[in-house]
Design a binder for this molecule. Structure first.
Ligand code: IVH
Length: 680
């Protein structure tokens, strides 16, 4: 066998294996883009070496042969595939070919629609009644999945009006919307079932169930994009364009892509196809491309089809969000909370338009579950703004794999032990002085969502740490131009602007400081809530867990975290230093429209007050700007004593000489912030 013939045979064998996995088992081994690349390579080889081509080559077939699970169905009109282009230039070239084919220089009318990543389906209606549904199969013969398709909620079983005539086939895509996919995987996780790699697999797996009651439990949808009229009828013969057809399908109750538009001329068509690229992540379903079709049926008829695909339509594939590449090694990075995150160092690969050479592996359990090992071929996914991740490894028959990777036991930066806490999957570096943690903490403090100090990114922070100019976020506010200007790459000018940027950040609102301090679980929403309610960082530090938890958007987990943060003397010292160095850490309080008669005052309520539950009484104090701690201390403003009070609280108040008020004084206290009588 020649080299080319051997290469072609190898490619065909690989493609056959992937076809079986994709169509047969609904469990693809590699991303579509890599599959496409294999087919393209084979096609190229068959063109350059025609002697290696064979009649049964996968380059000449559409889809898979059918399985034994479902009865075969011969399509009345073959279900074709689409030819692909990969960029705007190729798309423009297609449009030009179409114009040449139609022997016109006139601008044409196109339909531009999402290419949904699901499963092609043909649904036959006879006199308006859903009679049969079939998968595409190899394009000529598909599988009868009628019972399963009948369980899809948005598929009409009965049609009325112009479509309730003769035999028609509504063709479209069965898919899982992104939300539904997330919910399904959530359920699989809960019930210990297998999670699906992506919505397409989940849809395919759900549809090809022998038992339709299983399909019925999966939130599948159907989107219609084509109508085949099998027996001629006068009403439908009057349809002359794709846009009219889509309108008709929509009126008949089918879901039709709301994003599908008719575009006049090539420029508008190209622009619309780019719109899909920009908005792919805003759509409720996953798309792997854009389909552009000639709108006019007369023009379509003149162009015709090849054996595989129509000449009047084209798929513009969007940059694939999953690719395979080689995993070189696994390393661990330390975040600002000390969390040790394993990540993959990869042979660089182009994914979703950018080169990826690092991808997260999340945590130890994920590495184990995915069983990824150094040396493996892995699938990498990068979608939108999210961090690239390793999805799974690709099995390579005949190749010896490396040893399973073990999570390191010590921090790669400071060599302190790495530990897992409780039931969590996360591992932490236990050393609070860890330089890696410090670097990340300071970088986070300066970042855009926090103090927003321009010019203070990770590298600059590292430089300041290395030079011994800072050890802590508070040190930033003591930096001077002279010492900064002496650093490499920082002249007088940049040093001055950095010092100015730092100085400006002193007046950032409290909520940003709270985010910047990196208190566990305190994100921007909780930070804003805390800041607006308490107004000053010292009030937050002195609040009890109950007071914190009483806030909207705070809850027990965040409250506990804030309280434990506040209990650490080191944290308190840092905050005191920040204040000394002029960082405001205050915010205007807006949570209450009531006069803050108790601003900053701690009112302890013990026993029951008529007309107030325990929570109501606390909330009333908080609404007046006060706090309502659960115990009496020398900082307590007063103690309100209700029915059956706690003896220890009353006694402590007496000991410390804290004013005690009767329940009848509570309203007055709220209104005025003071009282007219105290208990003897
Ligand atoms: S039209 C003869 N329109 O893409 C034209 N196909 O790669 C037949 N697809 O088999 C297809 N969205 O499963 C068409 N708006 C759309 C589509 C679409 C997704 C799928 C369909 C087809 C495959 C071709």
């Amino acid at each position: 066998m020649s080299d080319a013939a051997a290469h072609a045979a190898d490619l065909r064998a690989q493609i056959a294996r992937h076809n079986e996995a994709y169509y047969g088992a609904d469990d693809p081994l590699i991303p579509d883009a890599d599959y496409d690349a294999l087919v393209a390579e084979l096609r190229e080889l068959e063109v350059t070496h025609p002697e290696v081509a064979v009649p049964e080559s996968p380059t000449r077939r559409v889809g898979a042969s059918t399985s034994v699970l479902f009865a075969p169905v011969e399509h009345a009109v073959p279900m074709l595939s689409l030819d692909n282009v990969f960029d705007l230039e190729e798309l423009a070239a297609w449009a030009e070919r179409v114009q040449r084919g139609l022997e016109t220089t006139d601008e044409l009318t196109y339909s531009v629609e999402p290419k949904i990543d699901g499963l092609a389906m043909s649904i036959l209606y006879v006199d308006g009644e859903l009679t049969r549904a079939a998968t595409r199969g190899d394009g000529r013969v598909g599988e009868d999945v009628t019972a399963n398709v009948l369980t899809i909620a948005n598929v009409p079983h009965l049609l009325v009006g112009p479509l309730a005539v003769g035999r028609i086939e509504v063709r479209g895509e069965v898919f899982l919307a992104k939300d539904d996919f997330a919910r399904l995987n959530e359920r699989q996780r809960r019930e210990g079932g297998k999670e699906f790699a992506n919505p397409r697999n989940a849809a395919a797996g759900s549809l090809r169930q022998k038992d339709p009651t299983l399909t019925a439990q999966r939130p599948l949808s159907f989107l219609a994009y084509q109508l085949e009229v099998v027996t001629d009828t006068s009403t439908l013969a009057a349809l002359t364009s794709h846009t009219d057809t889509l309108d008709l399908l929509r009126h008949a109750g089918f879901l039709v892509a709301p994003e599908a538009t008719r575009e006049e001329g090539r420029t508008a068509m190209l622009a619309r196809s780019s719109w899909f690229e920009d908005h792919r992540h805003d759509l409720p379903y996953e798309i792997d491309g854009v389909v552009i079709k000639l709108d006019s049926f007369a023009q379509r008829a003149r162009l015709g089809t090849t054996s595989r695909a129509p000449r009047w339509a084209i798929a513009r594939k969007l940059p694939p969000e999953e690719r395979t590449t080689r995993l070189l090694r696994i390393e661990v990075s330390i975040g600002r909370t000390g969390r040790a995150t394993p990540f993959a160092v990869l042979e660089p690969v182009l994914v979703a338009g950018s080169t990826v050479s690092l991808a997260t592996l999340h945590n130890e359990d994920q590495v184990a579950a995915k069983d990824v090992r150094p040396g493996d071929l892995v699938v990498v996914r990068k979608a939108g703004d999210v961090i690239p991740e390793v999805v799974h490894h690709v099995s390579e028959p005949g190749r010896r794999r490396g040893r399973p990777w073990r999570f390191p036991t010590v921090c790669p930066v400071c060599a302190a032990p790495l530990e897992r806490v409780g039931e969590e999957s996360d591992t932490y570096c236990v050393n609070p002085q860890c330089p890696a943690q410090r670097l990340q903490q300071i970088t986070h403090f300066a970042s855009r969502g926090a103090l927003d100090i321009e010019g203070l990114g990770e590298q600059r922070v590292q430089q300041l740490l290395d030079a011994g100019l800072i050890e802590d976020v508070a040190d930033l506010y003591a930096l001077d131009v002279a010492s900064l200007a002496a650093l490499d790459g920082l002249g007088e000018l940049s040093a001055t602007s950095l010092v100015t940027a730092i100085a400006t950040s002193r007046t950032q609102p409290l909520s940003r400081v709270l985010v910047g301090l990196g208190i566990r679980h305190v994100g921007p929403v909780a930070a804003r809530e805390l800041a607006r309610h308490f107004g000053d960082i010292t009030v937050i530090l002195d609040a009890t867990e109950e007071e914190l938890a009483a806030l909207d958007g705070v809850g027990p987990v965040i409250a506990a975290s804030v309280a434990s943060y506040a209990a650490d003397p080191e944290h308190r010292a840092r905050i005191a230093r920040l204040r000394e160095l002029g960082v405001a850490m205050t915010e205007e309080r807006v949570s209450s429209t009531l006069t803050p008669t108790l601003a900053g005052r701690a009112v302890v309520v013990t026993g029951t007050l008529a007309g107030y539950s325990r929570e109501d009484a606390e909330a009333a104090v908080l609404a007046r700007g006060g706090t309502s701690p659960g115990s009496v201390s020398k900082k307590t403003y007063c103690v309100v004593v209700g029915e059956s009070p706690g003896a220890s609280k009353v006694n402590k108040a007496v000991d410390l000489g804290i004013p005690r008020l009767g329940a009848d004084q509570f309203e007055e206290l709220l209104e005025t912030g003071t009282w007219s009588t105290t208990l003897p």
